[in-house]
Write a protein that binds this ligand. Structure first.
Ligand code: HPA
Length: 246
């Protein structure tokens, strides 16, 4: 599996261990990506890295230019994207710091530019999105987790909410009834845009809190930060194995 990019999420704005070869400012017809595209060497393999929220984590989920990000990666020849994303755990087995490799998505976002298919169309386009994630890439992530001795939650539904606020308990109850196992704010339209450009996409999602109403405790930025730090160590170990086996 060649030409792999990692989109870093909350907690992965920079990528310790990545030896930077060069950075490139990529212009796209959709404006600027979240930052320069970084070409680097990770554990002996060439990869591309792009922090979704910018290098200083200043771009909130509803303001990320998803079209520019995915376009820029495609422009640089990327064929596969591993999207690292912080999520809240809804399923009882997805406690904070657990990693999830979801297999489905429900999109609750709104008002985000979400498609490339709106200009100069010779005909209307509809992508098949029945299975939103690239199965081969998911399999590799799960294999990498096994090799790294990390007990990931295999499968599950990612509910993409608008943010930036967290959800109400009633909203999480509704998401649970819909079948969502985790909730995050960045999974869409990112995954669909990758599919529109025929790139394989998979989530490496990490629970950084119990979703609203799933714990007695308030969800605070401090507790999210703590879990992110612990969890991201696991994500890095998993990605190190992934680049070994792709
Ligand atoms: N809800 C939505 N997005 C999130 C959460 C959450 O609880 N935690 C991390 N990203």
């Amino acid at each position: 599996m060649q030409d792999i990019a990692i989109i870093g999420g909350t907690g992965l704005a920079s990528f310790p261990g990545l030896k930077i070869i060069r950075k490139e400012v990529v212009r796209t017809p959709y404006g600027s990506p979240s930052g320069p595209v970084t070409f680097g060497d990770y554990c002996g393999k060439q990869i591309i890295f792009l922090p979704r929220h910018g290098s200083h984590h200043t771009i909130p989920p509803h303001m990320v230019n998803y079209r520019a990000n995915i376009w820029a990666l495609h422009d640089k020849g990327v064929k596969h994207i591993v999207a690292v994303a912080a999520v809240g755990g809804i399923h009882q087995d997805i406690e904070p710091t657990r990693i999830v490799i979801p297999d489905q998505i429900i999109d609750y976002t709104y008002g985000r530019p979400h498609t490339y298919f709106e200009k100069d169309l010779s005909q209307v386009q509809h992508i098949d999105f029945s299975t939103p994630y690239d199965q081969a890439l998911r399999d590799k992530l799960i294999k990498a987790a096994e090799l790294a001795n990390i007990n990931v939650f295999k499968g599950g539904v990612y509910g993409a909410t608008q943010g930036p606020r967290l959800e109400t308990t009633a909203e999480i109850n509704k998401l649970e009834r819909d079948g969502c196992d985790v909730v995050g704010m960045t999974g869409m339209p990112e995954a669909a845009l990758a599919r529109e450009l025929e790139m394989g996409y998979a989530h490496c999602a990490m629970s950084v809190n119990w979703a609203a109403g799933r714990s007695e405790e308030l969800i605070t930025l401090d507790s999210i930060r703590e879990c992110t730090e612990v969890g991201m160590e696991k994500v890095r170990a998993l990605l190190a194995k992934l680049v070994e086996i792709v």
